[in-house]
Design a protein around this ligand. Structure first.
Ligand SMILES: Cc1ncc(COP(=O)(O)O)c(C=O)c1O
Length: 321
């Protein structure tokens, strides 16, 4: 029985879902959203804040500031509240309303950028805003998830060994890419493991992490409009790109079996099943990392139209006891 005194002390690291009955392929999903912040970003947030405390960067009176599409913002809001720091999150108009309300409920200030930078998009505009804040007042402390080594080290220390403990015969690991903290931490750890593991990165169409042209993306979390500074492609064996509409369908497919996961997880599951279909996957031990749990439908029809959900998954699941 875990008994905790601070919210960041609880994080379920041993939970996996066997997706075979749902997707018809052998695939295990590592669930990362079961903590008080609701997403995988709790790990990076904890690691970065603890390092800043150890190094004396965070001091009484410091105000944390970070650019986030939402999930890191919630995690930092929680940790800041628990440690008695103020936190200002710089997000943009794609951030879910419920995510913004969560941050505010935890006592954080949220600044929402509504105009993308002509060259750098929303991310460029958010980073300019953070830099201007830091230049205006030296109480601001920017952990900078895009360059902070603690971001990937959190997954090197926790996520990868937790997967290896449960799957000593692991062959292939599917990891969603945003800042690439999760990807690089797991990829580095498995490179040093006793057996080779194929590291497959999953990205959204319209993201430029692995090259290509930028395009519209509405699901927050995965994907970037610039190349992530943490990324070292030498550790990545393969890349799968997923259309947002397919990610949404994957969320619905899981939800129809009672598993409510977020858009990042839908993206990773769709990318993984697509890759497994295209490769000779029989006998492979495959794991995908599910970064989030909360799924919202309110904006989907408005953006993608009614048909996006009706095509494949409006067929009722056969009842069984
Ligand atoms: C829900 C969710 N999934 C995945 C990611 C991407 O993870 P990483 O930044 O470690 O690449 C993020 C990043 O913010 C996220 O919020």
């Amino acid at each position: 029985m875990p008994v905790i005194t601070v919210p960041q002390a609880f994080n379920e690291d041993e939970l996996f879902v066997d997706l075979a009955p749902i997707v018809g392929q052998s695939l295990f999903l590592k669930c990362e959203g079961f903590n008080f912040a609701g997403s995988i970003k709790l790990k990076a947030a904890t690691e970065m804040v603890e390092a800043a405390c150890r190094e004396g960067v965070l001091r009484p009176g410091s105000v944390l500031v970070e650019s986030s599409s939402g999930n890191l913002g919630v995690a930092l809001s929680m940790i800041a509240a628990s440690k008695g720091y103020r936190f200002l999150c710089v997000t943009d108009s794609r951030c879910n309303l419920s995510t913004r309300l969560l941050m505010e409920a935890l006592g954080s200030e949220v600044h929402t950028i509504t105009e993308p930078d002509p060259a750098g998009g929303f991310l460029g505009a958010r980073l300019d805003y953070v830099r201007a804040l830091c230049a205006s007042d030296d109480r601001f402390v920017w952990l900078n998830q895009y360059t902070n080594q603690g971001n990937w080290q959190a997954h090197y220390r926790t996520t990868a060994p937790a997967i290896a403990r449960q799957f000593p015969q692991l062959d292939v690991l599917f990891i969603g890419a945003g800042t690439t903290g999760t990807l690089m931490g797991c990829a580095r750890w498995f490179r040093e493991w006793h057996r080779p593991v194929r590291i497959v990165a999953v990205d959204s169409f319209g993201s430029v992490i692995f090259g290509g042209r930028p395009g519209r993306r509405m699901i927050p979390g995965l994907g970037m409009t610039v190349r992530p500074p943490l990324l070292d492609e030498a550790y990545v064996d393969d890349v799968v790109r997923v259309e947002e509409a397919d990610a949404i369908r994957a969320c619905h497919r899981l939800a129809r079996r009672g598993f409510l996961f977020g858009g990042s997880t839908g993206t990773v599951v769709n990318g993984a099943t697509d890759w497994l279909e295209r490769h000779d996957a029989s006998g492979l031990t495959a794991v995908a990392i599910a970064p989030d749990t909360v799924y919202q439908t309110n904006w989907i029809e408005a953006i993608y139209g009614k048909d996006v959900l009706s095509r494949d998954f409006d067929v009722p699941v056969q009842a069984a006891c």
